[in-house]
Design a protein around this ligand. Structure first.
Ligand code: SF4
Ligand code: MSK
Length: 623
């Protein structure tokens, strides 16, 4: 294998498929990144502004060029404004996802759900209690109607508070109120980002950044949390289950359908439609042995944690899975979907099926999804995939064989359940030092970093230091593929963590879901802080996103820091053009919200930073 290919990923299936791509003359994200190099230094450092037609303007950081935009904006102002717009986009993406789930719950409550039903009534009742919605003598549909309306209300609220923010420890909420960053309404904060960054509005980098924190809190403790909680009500709260991960989950004998994107709504129905006897019979009629469903990115995580549907890979494998020549359909909803899939699918028999009116793609077949007819549309999509099966070209089929067993579905409820109904045993292991801390490792792949290298090495290092890792998103899939999400992986952990995992029969790395499910981690942190009578910022916890790339990740990192948690990024955000903004994010923030950012691309050094942080927090707590 060429060194150049080996350098791109640590995953053998990727090596295998990159060789296929090269032989076929097909390009990938890695090739396109190479063609972009060197990338624009102004963009990379965040000092390019095109917020008005006097620009575009850029700041020359090193030479004799301009130090201000036409309006007089400095590097600090431009960088902070650009950062705020990234947070707004990320918060909007997560929150619109949450809104869609609220919409589905509302339709279901009204009996217009197209096949959906309320699966977790106990959770429905718990959430109703939080919102003060009466439950006595009412049907689940009546309660769900009020809950969906209340959740809807959180988006357009003008005066707050967003109900789920009150899950944070009281002293955290008081701090947000004191700093005037307690979000008033999810959409309101996002709109205000756009207003503030319009020419001639907010030109104070501290004030801009504080509003970024407020907007991001509205994402993590608002839009994302609504997405998670209402998804559980509708589709069931995840419980630990077994699956397998990586390209070897594709089945040469069957119709392979891959669900991709983020929202669980359609994919839930695809799971059901793929088992429909009529469609299974049709698949057989077309010469296939059956229908094989797999997932990628966070739609993949959603169906993984609730149904055990195997992930075929993570973000950077989306083109490679098509190149196996064995995929009949890639069914996409929203977010993280390469437009490159359109022209690529046209080189194969693969049906690239877009389903959201918000997300159309060149070269895609658009089968629009409407919740009211969910099951019928899911059947049409599965049928379209089956019809493509006879067009498969056997000589072009190349499926890497590697796959790995993994466990998934560790919701907070499942973790508490595994501990016997209370967090006490976990607190005991933290106090005794058997578990030194808990670290969330999340986020994407980015071709600027060797694929999965950051994820897998950081996690391996952390568990060697008695740190329990929880993960979501593409980190979960990376760790699943690397064999870190099985109970036997406890052998790779240090003695304390190993003992805890073996006693409970759990992996040292726990899958908590999709990107919006980072809200589950916030809930867990709040519960632990409350149990110890401290704030989240006092806990021996940290966050990390070793290979992040999306604006959603910027919002996530920001709400994690605003919640008081130290967060290490493997890729520098575009802020380096302003030493003032960098100092605020990596140092000053700690004195304000108790959390801060660090940037460290080397996963081994990043792990050391986190271990030092966890130990310092333990000392401060006197444990
Ligand atoms: Fe240039 Fe200012 Fe307009 Fe930005 S807002 S493009 S810095 S003039
Ligand atoms: S899918 S946001 S690449 S984690 Fe959530 Fe993966 Fe990042 Fe998309």
């Amino acid at each position: 294998m060429k060194d150049e290919i080996l350098q791109k990923s640590i995953d053998p299936t990727v090596h295998d498929m990159l060789a296929v791509a090269e032989a076929a003359g097909l390009e990938t994200a890695w090739d396109r990144l190479a063609k972009q190099l060197p990338q624009c230094g102004f963009g990379e450092t965040g000092v390019c502004c095109r917020n008005c037609a006097m620009g575009p303007c850029r700041i020359d950081l090193f030479g004799e060029g301009p130090t201000k935009g036409v309006c007089g904006a400095t590097a600090d102002i431009i960088v902070a404004r650009n950062l705020l717009r990234m947070i707004a986009a990320g918060a909007a993406a997560h929150s619109d996802h949450g809104r869609d789930i609220a919409h589905t719950l509302l339709l279901t409550a009204e009996g217009k759900g197209g096949g959906y039903e309320i699966k977790d009534e106990a959770k429905l009742h718990r959430l109703a209690a939080e919102y003060g919605i009466p439950v006595e003598g009412r049907t689940k549909e009546e309660i769900a109607y009020d809950l969906a309306k209340a959740a809807y209300g959180e988006f357009g609220k003008q005066e707050g508070p967003i109900q789920f923010t009150r899950r944070a420890p009281a002293r955290r909420v008081e701090l947000w109120q004191k700093l005037n960053i307690d979000p008033r309404g999810i959409d309101r904060e996002i709109v205000e980002c756009m207003h503030r960054t319009h020419i001639g509005v907010d030109n104070d980098y501290v004030n801009l950044t504080l509003h970024g924190l407020r907007t991001a809190i509205g994402d993590g403790w608002g839009g994302s949390m609504i997405a998670t909680e209402l998804s559980d009500v509708l589709f069931g709260t995840p419980q630990p289950l077994w699956s397998e991960a990586n390209m070897g989950v594709l089945d040469e004998t069957k119709v392979n359908i891959i669900v991709h994107g983020h929202e669980p709504t359609l994919s839930e129905m695809i799971v059901a439609a793929a088992q429909d006897p009529e469609l299974v019979a049709l698949a057989k009629e077309k010469g296939a042995a059956g229908i094989n469903l797999a997932g990628i990115c966070c739609t993949g995580n959603e169906v993984l944690m609730r149904h055990g549907i195997p992930p075929v890979g993570n973000f950077l494998q989306q083109e490679l899975m098509v190149m196996t020549g064995a995929v009949e359909a890639v069914v996409v909803d929203v977010q993280c979907i390469f437009p490159a899939l359109g022209p690529l699918s046209a080189c194969y028999h693969t049906q690239f099926i877009s389903t959201s009116y918000k997300a159309k793609f060149p070269g895609a077949t658009h089968i629009e999804f409407h919740e009211e007819h969910a099951y019928d549309i899911a059947k049409e999509i599965v049928r379209t995939a089956i019809e493509a099966f006879p067009n498969r070209v056997p000589e072009r089929v190349h499926i890497p064989q590697e796959k790995m067993k993994m466990m998934a579905g560790f919701s907070v409820e499942a973790i508490v359940g595994a501990l016997g109904g209370t967090l006490d045993p976990l607190l005991g292991t933290i106090k005794s030092g058997a578990i030194k801390g808990i670290v969330a490792v999340v986020g994407c792949n980015n071709p600027k970093i060797q694929h999965d290298y950051g994820h897998v090495n950081l996690v391996k290092e952390l568990i060697k230091h008695d740190i329990l890792v929880v993960n979501t998103g593409c980190n979960s899939i990376a760790c699943g593929k690397a064999g870190l999400m099985v109970p036997e992986a406890a052998e790779m952990a240090s003695e304390g963590l190993k003992g805890v995992c073996q006693a409970l029969g759990i992996p040292p790395v726990l899958h908590m879901g999709s990107c919006v499910d980072i809200s589950r981690i916030l809930v867990a942190c709040a519960a632990i802080a409350n149990a110890l009578g401290v704030d989240i910022s006092d806990l021996p916890v940290a966050g990390a996103a070793p290979e992040w790339m999306s604006e959603k990740a910027v919002s996530i990192g920001t709400y994690v820091v605003a919640s008081g948690i130290y967060t290490v990024l493997g890729v520098a955000p575009p802020v380096l053009g302003s030493p003032e903004v960098v100092a605020l994010l990596t140092a000053g923030a700690e004195g304000v919200v108790g959390g801060k950012f660090a940037v460290e691309p080397d996963p081994f050094k990043a792990a050391q930073l986190i271990v030092d942080h966890v130990n310092a927090k333990r000392r401060a707590l006197g444990i």
